[in-house]
Write a protein that binds this ligand. Structure first.
Ligand code: SF4
Length: 362
């Protein structure tokens, strides 16, 4: 059977996971305007933007021969819990004989998840699955960490584009790994590569740090979020996302990481679970403020109810915590030039007020 998955973040790791389990893998293409157009054509108009991108991406995977698509879903008030079923039905209606396997919630439907897991596992032994999971999770977390570091360095690089190329080379090194020892070697090589990037010296107080929060899919997938981290770095700011796939796995499967603490910070502003990552997002804004960040970009997919609610409380959070927040609505109609102008203006305002503050303190 030919396995595929949605294009989200560093897909090399998912490809590796399936290959190590002995599956034939169909890597979906990175989302483009064609993906969005295809998804929009085959989706209800009121569906949220990530639904449409996934729809287009699944069709492209089916065009390449995918027979099983494995993805995560959701539960609770957000509509993500219905999406796997709707996607599968639409794919059947347009003529693709494909099965969509969705892991909705690890904690809520253990029995269902075990049977899906056994199906994917096939004849592979449990010992091998555990070994593969360890290798892939280490890769995932390493790459997340390097991704974070790269976006701290990129604004100061002497030769534009160096950090991006280094990250691509790091990804290539990890793609060659099949054992934990090879992953450890790739890790040390990656550290050396990052340390060799030539950067301008900038005083700490002059550095501008921007956090990126919002719905998980648009925050992680750069092809549909105006390459937000690179865009901010090109404007001279360090950028840090609130969500990384490795952290999501750590929290959802092992209960690790800072998510509980972040949710606690968000609970002050959104008391109940309203779906998606709304609570986490407002918590992250408070956290960025406490960590001395200069601003936050909030990415809100069109028709996303959880993010619509968080958008309504953001002005108060921004005022109480003294941190500016720019909300960008993302959908199939998003004009790139318009959004870029807004981001540039936002960064200019932050830079000017920071300069004034530094001058006043001297
Ligand atoms: S969080 Fe928002 S964008 Fe994401 S699936 Fe739910 S409703 Fe859609």
């Amino acid at each position: 059977m030919k396995y595929s998955f949605p294009y989200l973040g560093n897909v090399m790791v998912y490809k590796k996971l399936r290959e190590m389990l002995g599956h034939e893998v169909i890597v979906p293409p990175r989302p483009t305007q064609k993906t969005i157009d295809l998804g929009t054509k085959h989706s209800p108009e009121f569906a949220c933007f990530p639904y449409k991108v996934l729809m287009g991406n699944y069709i492209e995977a089916c065009e390449r021969g995918a027979e099983i698509i494995v993805s995560s879903g959701g539960h609770g008030p957000c509509r993500a819990g219905f999406y796997g079923e709707l996607h599968e039905r639409t794919l059947h209606q347009i003529g693709y004989d494909v099965e969509v396997i969705i892991f909705d919630s690890v904690k809520r439907d253990l029995k269902g998840d075990i049977s899906k897991f056994l199906k994917i596992k096939g004849k592979t032994s449990f010992a091998k699955v555990i070994g593969v999971a360890r290798i892939v999770l280490t890769m995932l977390k390493d790459l997340d960490r390097f991704d974070k570091e790269i976006h701290k360095i990129m604004p100061y690089e002497k030769v534009p584009g160096t950090s991006q190329k280094v990250f691509e080379r790091i990804s290539d090194e990890y793609e060659k790994c099949w054992t934990l020892d090879e992953v450890r070697r790739a890790n040390s090589l990656a550290r050396d590569m990052i340390a060799s990037i030539d950067v301008h010296h900038i005083d700490e107080e002059e550095k501008i740090r921007i956090g990126v929060v919002g719905e998980i899919f648009v925050v992680i997938e750069s092809s549909i979020n105006l390459e937000i981290e690179n865009t901010l770095c090109n404007l001279g700011c360090e950028a840090e996302r609130s969500q990384y796939v490795g952290e999501w796995v750590d929290h959802n499967f092992f209960g690790k990481g800072r998510e509980k603490e972040i949710i606690k910070m968000g609970s002050e502003y959104i008391k109940i679970i309203i779906g998606g990552h709304a609570k986490q997002n407002v918590g992250h804004i408070v956290d960025y403020s406490k960590r001395g960040f200069d601003g936050v970009v909030h990415l809100m997919p069109f028709a996303c109810l959880p993010e619509l609610v968080s958008q309504s409380v953001i002005p108060r959070i921004s005022e109480l915590n003294g941190i500016p927040v720019l909300t960008l609505a993302i959908d199939e109609q998003t004009g790139k030039a318009n959004s870029l102008t807004r981001i540039e203006a936002f960064v200019d305002l932050i830079r000017n007020s920071k300069r004034k503050r530094i001058a006043a303190n001297k």
